[in-house]
Design a binder for this molecule. Structure first.
Ligand SMILES: *[C@@H]1O[C@H](CO)[C@@H](O)[C@H](O)[C@H]1NC(C)=O
Ligand SMILES: *[C@@H]1O[C@H](CO)[C@@H](O)[C@H](O)[C@H]1NC(C)=O
Ligand SMILES: *[C@@H]1O[C@H](CO)[C@@H](O)[C@H](O)[C@H]1NC(C)=O
Length: 445
């Protein structure tokens, strides 16, 4: 029965029939004894037919066949079929890609990314087979913006995979991304995507274990250089650049590098973070500043080494001195007086920065800041309420460490305001006012 309809189905004219045949193979692979299933696939030479479906079928056929191929690669014996050791095999993905139209090649590349995402062990084989270089080759060799963009989207998917940092270090993808970012003649959208992808790769928790510092620096210097072109135009690209810097700066080592390049790449973030004229840029920059300040880090990874910390402090004091606000506390207060999106980012910045004694001093020098962050009626949306509450906790945590401050009657009112705001929880006064059980019931049934 397997031979009869499946083999004919895979080469049928009807896309529906081809799709069903691919699904039948997936189901065979999932539900039959794996040795028998893989034997059948081999015996009937099914794999080349699946590959054709992947390359020249319609979108649904391609999706169903790449699912079947992914299932096949999940078995050790199957993986040998999908990633043959010999590059002279006709079904070697490198040979297939070479013969395809550019649309077909994008399908092959999508299949490679799909395999890479399947598991760490399949990713390791994909990496060892060298076929990740097909992705780079496609970006290098095409002048077609749309094709480049689709391949960049695939590389973005790759960057989202948990185990990607380990394998990207064995390719020249990061150098390629740096060169796309540096290409002034490229479409702005390509540079923007390349920045976001590089940021994704370099923000991985284990990025520093696998990717050497020079790759970080080359991406940062490519992004840094673009700011010279981005001052007045290309707001979208600028937001992407700021976001990518924030991604890179979210880890302890990443933040250290962003602050210790010469000149520090972080200067672009601090400058945009307090510029009220450009909302999108300001928002992106504030989140990035929150990341660099360590809002997402814990314990002894919040504070950086003294060189990086000195730079962070002087960037912020310098920025303040250039504005009418004059002090960091003035800058932070003005952020908290803006719209809710900006305030949410502002709470993150304060939560991170307040771990520095200079910042705590700035914050307690402005009772208006404490009044705003402890106002439980201020925020009306969940994320705002939660970030505001976390901000109170972060300030109080540092405040309470100082017996001098805790014992000073001048700060007693501030301390009790913070305690009260923390006690009330993120949703504060609203907790009892809202008809929560109704919502829960409706959601559940
Ligand atoms: C891409 O463009 C460059 C410069 O315009 C040209 O030299 C090259 O041949 C083009 N490549 C392709 C594949 O069209
Ligand atoms: C940092 O934390 C925020 C929530 O506070 C989260 O939305 C964001 O994705 C985190 N960013 C990183 C880079 O971990
Ligand atoms: C801080 O780290 C940076 C980057 O690794 C390094 O260049 C600098 O010398 C360090 N500073 C100190 C005081 O250790």
């Amino acid at each position: 029965m397997f031979q009869a309809f499946v083999l004919v189905g895979l080469v049928a004219d009807s896309q529906k029939v081809r799709r069903l045949a691919c699904i039948a193979i997936s189901s065979l692979l999932e539900n039959t004894d794996k040795t028998i299933a893989v034997q059948l696939v081999l015996q009937h030479d099914v794999y080349p037919l699946l590959l054709s479906c992947c390359i020249d079928g319609d979108e649904q056929v391609a999706a169903a066949s790449s699912e079947a191929i992914r299932n096949l690669a999940g078995y050790e014996e199957g993986l040998g079929i999908v990633l043959p050791a010999s590059t002279s095999e006709a079904t070697h993905l490198g040979n297939i890609a070479e013969k395809c139209s550019s649309l077909g090649r994008v399908r092959v590349l999508a299949l490679i990314v799909r395999l890479f995402s399947a598991s760490r062990s399949v990713a390791s084989e994909v990496s060892r087979s060298g076929i990740l270089s097909l992705l780079e080759a496609e970006v290098r060799n095409t002048n077609d913006t749309l094709v480049t963009l689709s391949v960049l989207e695939l590389i973005y998917e790759l960057a989202e995979v948990e185990h990607s940092a380990e394998f990207v270090s064995k390719t020249s993808l990061l150098q390629l991304l740096s060169s796309v970012i540096s290409n002034d003649a490229a479409d702005s959208i390509l540079r923007s995507r390349a920045m976001m992808i590089a940021g994704r790769f370099l923000s991985k928790e284990n990025a520093f274990a696998f990717i050497d510092e020079s790759s970080f620096r080359s991406v940062l210097s490519a992004i840094d250089r673009r700011f010279d072109f981005l001052e007045s135009q290309a707001a979208d690209e600028c937001e992407c650049a700021l976001e990518a810097l924030g991604q890179i700066g979210s880890s302890f080592q990443g933040a250290t590098i962003v602050l210790t390049t010469a000149p520090p790449t972080a200067r672009h973030i601090v400058k945009a973070a307090f510029d009220r004229q450009q909302h999108g840029k300001q928002l992106a920059a504030l989140h990035s500043l929150g990341n660099i300040a360590g809002e997402n880090r814990t314990g002894n990874t919040v504070l950086l080494n003294s060189t990086a910390e000195d730079t962070l402090r002087s960037l912020i004091y310098d920025e303040a001195s250039k504005t009418s606000k004059l002090t960091p506390s003035g800058l932070l207060l003005s952020v908290l007086q803006q719209d809710s999106e900006i305030r949410i980012a502002g709470y993150r910045v304060i939560s991170g920065l307040v771990a520095r004694p200079w910042c705590l001093t700035e914050i307690i020098s402005k009772p208006e800041i404490i009044a705003l962050v402890t106002n439980t009626h201020r925020e009306t949306h969940k994320i705002g309420m939660e970030n505001r509450h976390r901000c109170c906790e972060a300030i109080y945590k540092v405040f309470a460490l100082s017996s001098k401050l805790m014992g000073d009657p001048a700060f007693a009112d501030m301390a009790s305001k913070l305690e009260e705001a923390i006690r009330r929880g993120p949703y504060g006064a609203r907790k009892h006012a809202e008809a929560q059980p109704m919502v829960v019931t409706a959601d559940r049934f």
